[in-house]
Design a protein around this ligand. Structure first.
Ligand code: SF4
Length: 412
């Protein structure tokens, strides 16, 4: 076995069987300054960051041995290190930073359920994560109590969904929902699947990235039972696609679970077209479709990670012509205040003259496209499809939430 240098020097005596266990990784997370300093010398900025994270009101931290072992100890700007080791920059809260950047709190009809869009909800299964990402937009909630939904809270969620048939999809998130054990997860997913109006389930998780050992065949069987269910992973850098992470993705894909990935654009971590291209290529090889590339949200203490919008558009533009469409994620800004997502993309139109449109071509030069003179766009099946598949012609509007229930444990 080819051990990484940190695995060898810090955890060399740990048997492979323990190292390969998700629960061992979770139990042995590095959560003290002394344990972290035993891995590599910290910078003064990191030491101040850890001290700030450990004060009351600081953002929780904790790192699995597996994820730490991906770090190159000689590189203080290592991409994995920047994502998981606290830094002093997190204490700088800028005037435009927001506690609740996506306006989720006012959209909770019952505790643990965010209803922002008419057809889908976000279920916050737990406030626990295996590794607390330093760019986390939900830092006001995660790690506050380290608990999962109680049975009575789950009852209230199921009841709300039964009363709200416009909701067709449940996105199970958190925290990281895969921190929950298989049995609890199965119970929750089975209850959701039993709601007649719920067509689709989705799990958003960093687990294949930070603790791929948690992705076992028994977990995959639980997920397979409640299909259709998508798993959305959160890989941000190609170095995160280790052999273990690739195996975790293969376990899910081999059980027929469709996989997509959403990344966050993180300054100094993945803000280079070479890195983004490598990430997309590595993801596609393990059957994970690059789906979203998120512009950083305006979360408290995360400005040092955010990228100017023009630079973000340029980065995604650089992928066009180099990667097939399957490998190009949509660049998304999730608007502050829960106003929804917008997609940014480079505008390839140079000029228009009547029906003639001139494009900047990804393979060089320009190209002219001529639009049709007149086309009949009406479809004979539209009315029947609208009725048969419950598709409304009304524009999507944010659902009216009558009862606002503040989430317990939310940090102010
Ligand atoms: S896994 Fe998600 S919720 Fe947890 S710290 Fe990372 S970004 Fe935040």
């Amino acid at each position: 076995m080819n051990l990484s240098s940190l695995r060898q020097t810090v955890w060399g005596s740990v048997p492979d069987r323990d190292w390969a266990s998700g629960s061992w990784q979770l139990k042995n997370r590095v959560r003290t300054l002394a344990a972290l300093e035993a891995c590599f010398p910290l910078t003064a900025d990191e030491r101040r960051g850890v001290a700030a994270a450990e004060t009351a009101g600081g953002f929780e931290w904790g790192i699995t041995p597996y994820y730490l072992a991906l770090i190159d100890p000689a590189d203080p700007r290592d991409p994995v290190r920047q994502q998981c080791v606290p830094s002093a920059s997190e204490s700088h809260v800028h005037p435009h930073d927001l506690v609740d950047p996506l306006g989720e709190d006012p959209k909770m009809p019952v505790p643990g359920l965010v209803h922002r869009y008419p057809d889908r909800v976000l279920l916050l299964l737990t406030d626990r994560c295996t590794v607390y990402c330093r760019f986390c937009p939900r830092r006001r909630l995660v790690g506050t109590e380290e608990r999962q939904l109680r049975e009575d809270e789950l009852d209230a969620i199921v009841d709300y969904l039964r009363r709200t048939p416009a909701v067709r999809e449940v996105i199970v998130s958190g925290g990281d929902p895969l921190v929950a054990g298989d049995r609890f997860l199965e119970r929750v997913l089975t209850r959701l699947r039993a709601i007649p109006s719920i067509e689709l389930l989705r799990i958003h998780t960093r687990m294949p990235v930070v603790c791929p050992q948690r992705i076992t065949p028994s977990l995959a069987r639980v997920l397979k039972k409640v299909q259709p269910l998508y798993v959305v992973t959160h890989f941000n850098h190609p170095y995160e696609l280790s052999i273990e992470a690739k195996t975790a993705c293969a376990v899910l894909a081999d059980h027929g679970i469709p996989l997509a990935n959403q990344s966050v654009l993180l300054a100094g971590v993945n803000t280079d077209p070479v890195i983004l291209e490598a990430l997309s290529r590595e993801l596609l090889k393990v059957r994970v479709r690059p789906y979203y590339l998120h512009q950083g949200d305006l979360a408290n203490g995360t400005e040092h990670f955010r990228t100017p919008l023009a630079a973000a558009v340029e980065l995604v533009g650089a992928l066009r012509g180099r990667l097939g469409g399957l490998g190009i994620p949509a660049l998304i800004v999730d608007l502050p205040g829960g106003k929804g997502k917008v997609e940014l993309c480079p505008d390839p139109v140079i000029e228009r003259h009547g029906r003639e449109v001139t494009f900047r071509a990804p393979l060089g030069g320009t190209a002219r496209y001529v639009e049709p003179i007149a086309t009949d766009l009406s479809c004979s099946t539209a009315a029947a499809v609208s009725e048969r598949f419950r598709i409304s012609r009304e524009p999507a509007e944010s659902p009216a939430i009558e009862t606002l229930v503040p989430l317990r444990g939310a940090k102010a």
